[in-house]
Ligand binder design. Sequence first.
Ligand SMILES: *Cc1c(COP(=O)(O)O)cnc(C)c1O
Length: 507
Amino acid sequence: MAKNVVGANGAMFNSCHRYKEIPLIFELSKPGLCGWQSPQCDVPRLALEELLPAEAISASPPPLPELSEPDVVRHYVNLSAMNFSVDTHFYPLGSCTMKYNPKRNERLASLPGMLALHPYQPDETVQGMLELLYQCQQMLAEIAGLPAVSLQPAAGAQGELTALLVAAAYFRDRGQQRSVVLIPDSAHGTNPASAALAGFRTVTVRSTAQGLVDLDDLRSKLSPDVALMMITNPNTLGLFEREIVQIAQLLHEAGAVLYLDGANMNAIMGIVRPGDFGADLMHFNPHKTFSGPHGGGGPGAGPIAVSERLAPYLPVPAIVKQGDKYRLDYDRPKSIGRMRSFLGNVGVLVRMFCYIRTHGPEGLRKVAEHALLNANYLLARIKKVLPVPYGERCMHEFVASAAGLKAQRDISAMDIAKRLLDYGFHAPTVYFPLIVREALMIEPTETESKATLDGFADAVAQIVQEPVEQLHQAPHNMPISRPDEVAAARRPVLKWTAPAPEARINW
Ligand SMILES: *Cc1c(COP(=O)(O)O)cnc(C)c1O
């Protein structure tokens, strides 16, 4: 009988499949064990009743686990070692740009002068940080080819929302009613989600057989109701939209604006600037492109850059320079207001600053060139084993398909992804973009060596030869095998429930 089990991370695992149950720290608790010692208190103790109102005092103490210090340390260190990470494994997760980030930037962001700042300090006492952030704005403006920047958004998706609200405010200010956002069928899911959240209706634009935006379909969907198009370039198939200048022209002729999803800037920074190919607004993902730690859900950042005519609508405060002083400017009557507390995820922005300043313009260009070289090398090796439906050459990532294997031998993209874990590789992104069946979206990034890329390609070549039964049950060597992902998403168990009262600690 299938039985649902709650794993250490709160997800539900179906015990039909192999799993090794990892006890929670509460389940490891043994009454009487203790991880701390303190000397006898020599200060007269007040009774709780003298300190707190009666209704604030709990009848029983909280049921905290009782363990020795080594047990606690081992529990958490062992849990941490169950994960794949960029520091432990090759992580070719397409679209996410999981590159290695220099530890030096972590150290610089942890300097006491950075960490000890308080966001409520007056401007004149944080001139150094304001200067750093001001320079971040200038550097991003230069990389984007767009003059005005807000560092405030907390992630790429919030950058999208912020930019969409900026565009909405711009059209409202001009007395125009425009309610439609055009989105290619290869787009990342956050694009339509952000558009809906900002109050727009989305209309899908088809891709051609080559995996690029279909200009005829775009033309047929342009109307005075279209506010903007959101486009990712290079797109999620890892292809550069060659007709981007014409796409921008078509939108501008229709009175609409072009939004660039900058998640793939790793492929083009230092080579082309979105503002130069016609984008009016864009976001950056510093955790993908510029040395933000990435994984475990963040924190990221999502700065946006916009053209001159959209600048008045950016969030407040703006960081401005007056003479040789920096200050926060709230006096922007057309601003959409605040999108996030304080100045954004400053810790991530500091790492971004270090990364950009370390590389300089030439270095950033080399990052992009090496990302392209690595991706094309891996593409050339993988396509001997799995077809890559779109593109002889790619930018920084490519999408292979297991559709043929699925039809012939019942081996899916998921089976390959799961089996790769046994070989010590994080799986690529699977089943995205939606326009490729049985998609495996592979992004090696620029920080991997040829030996690592060869090891990965060899593993894929070997996996597709393995007996199908072995693949269906993979992974075989992981702490858990195949979690019930639907149950984990629909019925997550996020809370530990205390055992019956008699099992509780006697305080
Ligand atoms: C990652 C990504 C996003 C969303 O960015 P977050 O920083 O994760 O919110 C949007 N579009 C594309 C193409 C992406 O890869």
